[in-house]
Design a protein around this ligand. Structure first.
Ligand code: GLN
Ligand code: ZN
Length: 724
């Protein structure tokens, strides 16, 4: 059997990509040196493939984002050099970022240029690094490009695809074979969109040999791809269970190569031999030209485990991109590189109480005994908050000093006690600052957290946090997803000391601050031998224990951050019902504690119009969301859905360094109270303030408090005209 691979991470084992590009940003290297550095990355990727894999695309390297590169080829944007290219990615003129399918990679949402050019070529600075080749040139297909790009109202995907045919033909003129990725084939597609795509491949297939690669999920109407004049079809058999059934039932055309995605490009665990070999046997029966491949690009994984200090029992189970390539090659020889052990059989598991607790969950565990309407009356009495309470979302600026202290601790240059003392000092300063500003509900400021998921993963049992396991989330920004390797439980309280210390310093309520179960899962690699639902409940129970500990220490308000609920949703909307069912249950389980504890959920920006019906099932007391840029639309969404709890629409866009004006914030507060009623509105920034500087934060928070004060005064003068 032959092998095929694509999407190898460009970051490099020592984040060479990041280093080079950031050096370019700070003028430490010039265009030539950057070209050299990026070509080296491409050569590195090619050499990894070439040593192990039979077929792989050429020209995958990108200076920042492959979606933007393709937009350059299509002539939607026309940067002439790196300088102009990067101007589209950062700063004032940058295109907005959006999550790429249901992954944590963000692409740049370039607007479609329509009608499109008929002839356009890769700009020189891109072709210099992409090692152009006649064999298997890498491309993104027109369906994916047009589905994901920004479009003017009234411009349809099918028209864009039709309009791009000539350009792709021109592009392929001197090429022999092309590797075209079309992950959008797994999205919900209209009949017109599908037909336009088929029309396109009918035409292009006459000109060039095409390997048409789909991934991330099932392709509906897979058999329609069978009729296209393409040489090979890539199908995901890891994330697309229906794909397996379709092949089983309908077979595979004998004139084509099946590029079978059998090794996950999205998760780190090695294949299960009991499952993989029967699958490969079945596929072989249906396809003579079977090639084994990764399922989905490998850039969602770190490069290699070679430099990790993996405990022995994980060494055989955890593979990053480099090891996945080797796994594909060994599967093709009928071997597995690694012995899998069923994690459930582990000693720890038998001992673990959390497994027992998840198995014993009943309906009651997911539903609070006291309804929101009753809870709110009790909470009002206990908390004695003013109308329009002001608060922040959790983090305060992470200064160089905090980072420096953290690395001193990591290197063992300061003692744990000293670090702890330093963190408490920061917390004290944050509390004093908030009291002086006149905020109503305070936070400790999260100085101890590097990252809202990694921090918890580092404290919990059942997680492995890697040292060098960096993955690009966008551009040069990389993060290290933790790995869920076993049953999750809390060896000891995680945040209670810091939060109760903060509470001991003030009479105002301090919010306990937790990352929710779904967000922890979405931003981690999650074990596959348990259903995601079970993993979510393990996390939820662990967080519930933490909230109960808060309650013992007199913490009355707890915020659970769930910005990733929408992102973690399946690509196909028909699967949302099932997913949201357990996701919402996990949240409700985590927060099913005393009805007197006020539960806040924070969800950043989350496509609320699409998911509001699921949000309504989450039994929180207050929701805070990102809305400074589209507050009025958000307001409509919540209002029309009959939302009746409390809401804090972000009045200040924290993604920009601009200090918001009192009047602008007042206007948003007015709109909110007019629509939702004075008693239902909180006032807060869009999100955490971690990435901002203290100067803007001080000024902006002062303006926010001032806006509320002025608004209340004007309201009193008018005699409270708010509805409800
Ligand atoms: N509490 C977190 C913070 O303030 C929330 C961040 C988020 O939701 N993205 O940083
Ligand atoms: Zn947020």
């Amino acid at each position: 059997m032959k092998t095929y691979a694509y999407g190898y991470p460009r970051l490099g084992p020592n984040r060479e990509f990041k280093t080079a590009v950031e050096k370019y940003f700070s003028d430490k290297i010039d265009d030539k040196q950057l070209t050299r550095a990026l070509s080296e990355r491409q050569e590195h990727m090619t050499s990894i493939y070439a040593s192990t894999i039979d077929l792989y695309p050429a020209g995958e390297i990108s200076p920042y984002d492959h979606f933007l590169d393709e937009a350059c080829v299509l002539g939607w944007v026309k940067p002439k050099n790196f300088h102009e290219y990067y101007a589209l990615t950062r700063g004032e003129k940058a295109f907005p970022l959006k999550k790429w399918f249901n992954t944590n990679y963000h692409y740049l949402t370039v607007p479609v240029k329509y009608p499109s050019n008929k002839k356009n070529t890769l700009p020189g600075f891109l072709s210099d690094i992409k090692e152009p080749s006649k064999e298997l040139t890498w491309m993104l297909g027109p369906l994916t490009m047009s589905k994901l790009a920004r479009k003017k109202d009234g411009l349809h995907v099918e028209n864009i695809i039709d309009g791009l045919t000539d350009l792709y033909k021109f592009r392929c003129k001197n090429l022999k074979t092309v590797h075209i990725e079309e992950p959008a084939f797994v999205m919900d597609l209209s009949e017109k969109e599908r037909q336009a795509s088929y029309r396109f491949y009918e035409k292009l297939g006459k000109l060039v040999d095409i390997c048409l690669i789909t991934y991330y999920d099932d392709v509906d109407h897979l058999e329609c791809l069978y009729d296209l004049p393409v040489k090979a079809i890539g199908i995901d058999f890891v994330h697309g269970r229906e794909n397996i059934k379709t092949i089983g039932k309908k077979g595979f055309p004998s004139d084509k190569i099946l590029v079978a995605g059998v090794v996950s490009g999205k998760n780190v665990f090695c294949v299960n031999p009991e499952r993989i070999f029967p699958l490969i046997d079945m596929l072989r029966k249906h396809s003579k030209g079977l090639m084994l491949s990764n399922a989905g690009p490998l850039y969602h994984l770190p490069e290699t485990t070679a430099n990790e200090n993996l405990p022995l029992e994980l060494k055989e189970r955890i593979l990053f991109a480099g090891e996945k390539i080797a796994e594909i090659a060994s599967l093709a020889k009928g071997e597995t590189l690694y012995k899998t052990k069923d994690m459930r059989a582990g000693k720890k598991r038998r001992r673990s109480n959390i497994v027992y607790r998840v198995n014993s969950l009943t309906v009651k565990d997911f539903r609070k005994k006291v309804s929101y309407r009753k809870r709110i009356l009790r909470q009002k009495m206990l908390l004695k908050l003013p109308d329009l309470p002001t608060t922040t979302i959790g983090s305060f600026p992470q200064t160089n000093e905090v980072r420096a202290m953290r690395s001193l601790l990591r290197r063992g240059d300061i003692s744990r006690e000293k670090y702890h003392g330093y963190i408490h000092g920061r917390i004290r300063a944050n509390i004093v600052k908030q009291e002086n500003l006149g905020l109503d509900v305070l936070v400790h400021g999260e100085p101890e957290r590097t990252d809202m998921v990694e921090y918890f993963a580092g404290k919990l049992e059942g997680f492995f946090t890697s040292e060098h396991g960096w993955v690009v989330s966008y551009g040069t920004r990389a993060w290290r997803p933790p790995i869920v390797t076993g049953d999750i439980y809390r060896a000891e309280p995680m945040t209670v000391d810091d939060i109760s210390y903060a509470q001991s310093l003030t009479k105002r309520p301090v919010k306990g601050m937790l990352t929710g179960p779904i967000t922890i899962m979405a931003w981690s690699f999650v074990r596959e031998d348990l259903s995601p639902e079970e993993v979510a409940y393990q996390l939820a129970l662990t967080l519930q224990d933490e909230i109960r500990d808060y309650e013992r220490k007199g913490i009355r308000i707890v915020q659970v951050d769930e910005p990733a609920i929408r992102e973690r949703a399946p690509i196909k909307t028909r699967e949302w019902g099932r997913y949201f069912d357990w996701a919402v249950k996990a949240f409700n389980l985590a927060t099913n504690t005393s009805p007197d504890t006020q539960i806040h959920v924070h969800m950043c920006y989350s496509d609320f119009a699409q998911i509001i019906k699921f949000i309504l099932k989450m039994d929180f007391d207050v929701i805070t969301i990102e809305s400074a840029r589209n507050g009025l639309d958000m307001l409509k969404v919540f209002c029309n859905a009959g939302f009746y709890r409390q809401i804090g629409l972000g009045v200040w866009d924290i993604h920009s360094p601009r200090v918001p004006e009192v009047n602008d914030m007042k206007m948003l507060i007015r709109k909110c109270t007019e629509t939702l009623g004075l008693k239902h509105v909180w006032v807060n920034p869009d999100c955490g303030l971690k990435t901002r500087g203290w100067k803007e934060v001080n000024a902006s928070l002062a303006n926010m408090v001032e806006a509320v004060k002025q608004f209340k005064m004007e309201q009193n003068m008018k005699g409270d005209r708010c509805r409800r």
